[in-house]
Design a protein around this ligand. Structure first.
Ligand SMILES: *[C@@H]1O[C@H](CO)[C@@H](O)[C@H](O)[C@H]1NC(C)=O
Ligand SMILES: *[C@@H]1O[C@H](CO)[C@@H](O)[C@H](O)[C@H]1NC(C)=O
Ligand SMILES: *[C@@H]1O[C@H](CO)[C@@H](O)[C@H](O)[C@H]1NC(C)=O
Ligand SMILES: *[C@@H]1O[C@H](CO)[C@@H](O)[C@H](O)[C@H]1NC(C)=O
Ligand SMILES: *[C@@H]1O[C@H](CO)[C@@H](O)[C@H](O)[C@H]1NC(C)=O
Ligand SMILES: *[C@@H]1O[C@H](CO)[C@@H](O)[C@H](O)[C@H]1NC(C)=O
Ligand SMILES: *[C@@H]1O[C@H](CO)[C@@H](O)[C@H](O)[C@H]1NC(C)=O
Length: 555
């Protein structure tokens, strides 16, 4: 499986083929973009609309000027962090009139799938973007929003500009009643999202004519633009059986938005083969509850969801792991402590699944506790090489290193293996995933006289290990144990990613020339341009005086 995935990547590089499968996506890392907000107009990417706002004020809910061409300007910024795929917001035509929520700058108010959104460029521009993505051996995933057609009124059918022109192409109007969500899934599927300011009139995806039209559209769209994967908006609001045929017609990896914390409910999408994968909202909720909710950060909330995800999803290795997106708060908005964010990010990147990073997370974007504020213009912050950018780069490098390097544990590679919790306490969890062992803690930055003991790492006593985040060396204690101390100054509340020194050297991680990253606990200002901290953490086990540790100590 691994070998075929690697071969397929080589093939993409050589032939620029598209139509990537779930197996071809599982080793990728995805950078999520809201086209209007990621990159500004430039000489290469002239503005589509004039005049543009001087500043992008999220509260205005209007276009700020990003386009498909302007994304090209910053593709290398994305690639340099180690991402090999982008997910862009929908490319289809939206309503262009003003609503009480102002304009469709985000691209999710699609009224005609078959037309391109001229606010973001021409058909040629979209082709150019896809070509530039493929030239860099990256994949392109496009968001598709088919569930509802925007309308100011609950009675006007068809809504203005709608591709659907007959009453029977919509469900009879009703408003989703979230109070009965858990007991009445039928209305979640058939009623309309939105509110009296703007409805998203629910499309009748059981009508055979609608089904046939949507299948032929997606098939043609994927082929025309050489799309490698689809992110399915509002997947929860359409009967699951519909997606089997729709994604089948698309012929590429489908990952759905199933905005729901229930593991039995969300895992049905994979169990029933409705689509390849979903974005992992349960794991996300676990990370939020463990690492952000003050004052009672709760690790059990995370371990329960980890166990549930591993037990109930047939293939957790293709779930999308994120800590923020365009519908949730920025993680930094709900956690003041950068080390708690760092712990959440290690889970995001190294747990079973595909890391999905929402643009701006790497730039410490903290503004935005909800839509529309969580969609700031990235150019207001810039594209600098700040500490969090380096952390992201390092986590991608560790993951890619293990994916490409074939290191095994018990005969299984990193990708083949399923994560397993090997130890946990009220504040810590140790997760073994094939050749690596990560430890996460929600103790927070301040040092404390506490340690986390892992009785059985799976490694033998005396095995030389290295923490791939700090590049410091460790050795396994008796019975395969390991203990981490959070008491040394500068090392409170940090995550760890252990691997054998042998694997790390073989994979080129933590060689002499590479310095580890220890995220500062600064809570004011930001960690921009902050250097790595050059202090060895104390540990209850022997510190092996290896070259890697010396490199850090001589920083
Ligand atoms: C549609 O909107 C009108 C005016 O707001 C309201 O009176 C009516 O009850 C709504 N119809 C439905 C089916 O919700
Ligand atoms: C943590 O979450 C679990 C699971 O929801 C709950 O049972 C427990 O009471 C919580 N612990 C604290 C200290 O809030
Ligand atoms: C979180 O975002 C809101 C806007 O949605 C803003 O008012 C607030 O200051 C932000 N908080 C932080 C810590 O940045
Ligand atoms: C970012 O900074 C780090 C540390 O100085 C450096 O190793 C890395 O090459 C820089 N990355 C880019 C893209 O400039
Ligand atoms: C990993 O395995 C593949 C397929 O056997 C091989 O081509 C590749 O060279 C191996 N990589 C390393 C770093 O050993
Ligand atoms: C470890 O995690 C499991 C699963 O969530 C939980 O039942 C148990 O209480 C946790 N142990 C400790 C010591 O918190
Ligand atoms: C940051 O670290 C310093 C030095 O160890 C410590 O005194 C301080 O309490 C920490 N601040 C926070 C917010 O954890």
């Amino acid at each position: 499986m691994l070998i075929s995935a690697l071969t397929a990547i080589l093939a993409v590089g050589a032939n620029l083929v598209s139509a990537a499968t779930a197996d071809e996506w599982r080793n990728r890392a995805i950078y999520q973009i809201i086209t209007d907000r990621f990159a500004p107009p430039s000489d290469n990417a002239p503005a589509r609309t004039e005049p543009l706002p001087l500043e992008c004020n999220t509260a205005d809910q209007t276009w700020c000027g990003g386009t498909w061409l302007s994304i090209i300007d910053k593709l290398d910024y994305i690639k340099n962090m180690g991402f090999d795929a982008i997910w862009i917001s929908p490319t289809s035509q939206n309503i262009d009139y003003q609503t009480p929520y102002n304009y469709a700058y985000h691209g999710y108010w699609v009224n005609d799938l078959t037309k391109i959104n001229l606010r973001f460029g021409s058909e040629d521009d979209l082709h150019k973007l896809v070509d530039e993505v493929h030239k860099r051996d990256m994949y392109i995933m496009v968001d598709v929003a088919i569930n509802g057609i925007p309308s100011l009124s609950n009675t006007t059918i068809p809504p203005e500009g709608s591709m659907w022109t007959k009453a029977e192409q919509f469900h009879d109007f009703c408003q989703i009643d979230w109070a009965t969500e858990l007991t009445n899934d039928k209305q979640i599927k058939d009623c309309s999202l939105g509110d009296s300011n703007l409805w998203l009139i629910d499309v009748n995806t059981e009508n055979p004519e609608v089904v046939a039209t949507l299948r032929s559209w997606i098939s043609e769209y994927v082929a025309t633009y050489k799309i490698d994967g689809l992110r399915i908006d509002a997947a929860k609001h359409v009967p699951g059986e519909f997606w089997t045929g729709f994604c089948g017609a698309g012929g590429v990896f489908c990952i759905g938005e199933v905005f729901d914390d229930r593991i039995d409910y969300t895992s049905a999408f994979q169990k029933e083969k409705w689509m390849d994968s979903i974005l992992g909202f349960p794991f996300y909720n676990g990370l939020v509850k463990a690492f952000s909710v003050e004052p009672r950060r709760n690790m059990t909330e995370l371990t329960e969801r980890i166990i549930g995800t591993l037990e109930q999803f047939p293939d957790p290795g293709v779930l999308g792991n994120f800590i923020e997106n365009h519908d949730t708060p920025r993680f930094k908005n709900i956690t003041a402590d950068p080390r708690l964010v760092y712990n959440a990010m290690v889970g995001q990147f190294l747990f079973d699944g595909i890391p999905v990073l929402y643009y701006g997370q790497e730039q410490d974007m903290a503004w935005g506790n909800a839509d529309p504020h969580n969609r700031g213009a990235l150019w207001a912050l810039g594209y600098e090489n700040i500490t969090t950018v380096q952390t992201v780069t390092r986590l991608n490098k560790i993951r890619q290193g293990f994916i490409k390097g074939n290191a095994t544990y018990n005969g299984q590679t990193y990708l083949q293996s399923r994560s397993q919790i090997v130890a946990n306490t009220t504040y810590d969890v140790a997760i073994r995933k094939g050749p690596i062992l990560m430890t996460l803690t929600n103790r927070g930055s301040p040092e404390e006289a506490a340690s986390f003991s892992i009785q059985n790492t799976g490694w033998q006593r005396g095995e030389a290990l290295i923490d791939l985040l700090s590049c410091l060396d460790y050795a396994v204690g008796s019975g395969g144990s390991l203990s981490i101390s959070y008491s040394r100054q500068g090392y409170g509340g940090l995550p760890y990613v252990f691997a054998t020194v042998e694997d790390a050297r073989h994979l080129g991680i933590c060689n002499n020339d590479q310095l580890g990253i220890v995220v500062s606990n600064t809570t004011t200002g930001n960690t921009r341009n902050a250097g790595a901290v050059a202090v060895a953490p104390s540990s209850l086990f022997a510190l092996v005086a290896g070259a890697a540790a010396l490199a850090v100590l001589t920083l």
